[in-house]
Design a protein around this ligand. Structure first.
Ligand code: F6R
Length: 245
């Protein structure tokens, strides 16, 4: 695992955006694995800026997203399809037909099976972007998940529902289930880039960076088994966990 410690969250996002730019420039037909949530927003803003200035083209890029809430239609403002359209796809020259976010409607098991197929269709992602939950979840793989889990329907942890309630009117509006890529598909990507910031990620990132333990209780620790994983944190988070840089 490569650990990068930057001076600020903005710098972390710039670093991650540059890693994505490198992949897209070198392999215009590459598939990118993408994430939602608050963390990647500045990364997406940077990619949009480069695309608008002509420095980067997504004309032939394909994408697959980590997860989607069960029960939300793609035009629901809190659905992850809507999030991706609003925060990235609508502002870059990507062909939407080449973007895949699992469907939140219909049979969730079938949606998970479709997502699983999309992870591998035409080759695995060259780069999978990741955030991390306060409890260490990756995608929506909550504590207790397995290394071999394929895309599946996950019952969200109470802490995840609480964390995501900030995007909804009330916690009761947060879906309790999601379709998520499993750890197997996530670890299949050629490279992984995880960005983390904020004191609420302290325990999860400490488990990832401060020991050699791999445990399903902190799914992020599975990244220790990947041959090309980069974790980008800022000095504030590094200091909080006592990581030397
Ligand atoms: C989102 C996802 C989640 C988030 C995690 C952190 O697609 O897979 O694992 O990355 O919940 O969310 P934020 O970035 O909002 O702290």
């Amino acid at each position: 695992m490569t650990v990068i410690v930057t001076n600020s969250y903005d710098d972390s996002c710039l670093h991650a955006a540059r890693m994505i730019r490198e992949v897209v420039s070198a392999q215009p037909h590459a598939k990118l694995g993408l994430a939602t949530g608050g963390t990647p927003l500045p990364i997406y803003r940077q990619l949009i800026a480069w695309c608008k200035s002509g420095e980067l083209s997504f004309a032939n890029t394909r994408t697959v997203n980590l997860d989607e809430y069960v029960g939300l239609q793609g035009n629901h403002p809190q659905s992850y399809r809507y999030f991706m359209d609003e925060n990235l796809f609508n502002h870059i020259n990507i062909d939407k037909a080449n973007t895949y976010v699992a469907t939140g409607l219909g049979n969730p098991e079938e949606s998970a099976a479709q997502l699983e197929a999309k992870v591998y269709e035409g080759g695995v992602p060259a780069l999978q972007l990741l955030g991390i939950g306060a409890n260490g979840h990756i995608g929506f793989n909550e504590a207790g998940t397995t290394l071999t889990a394929k895309s599946h329907v996950e019952e969200l942890a109470a802490s995840t529902i609480e964390a995501n309630a900030r995007f909804f009117d009330t916690a009761a509006d947060v879906p309790t289930k999601a379709v998520t890529m499993g750890m197997k598909g996530i670890l299949a990507a050629e490279s992984l880039v995880l960005v983390a910031t904020g004191a609420n990620k302290k325990a999860a990132i400490s488990g990832l960076l401060m020991n050699d333990v791999v445990t399903p209780e902190n799914p992020a620790t599975f990244l220790k088994l990947h041959k090309n994983a980069t974790v980008i944190i800022d000095t504030h988070l590094a200091d909080l966990i006592g990581y030397q840089y």
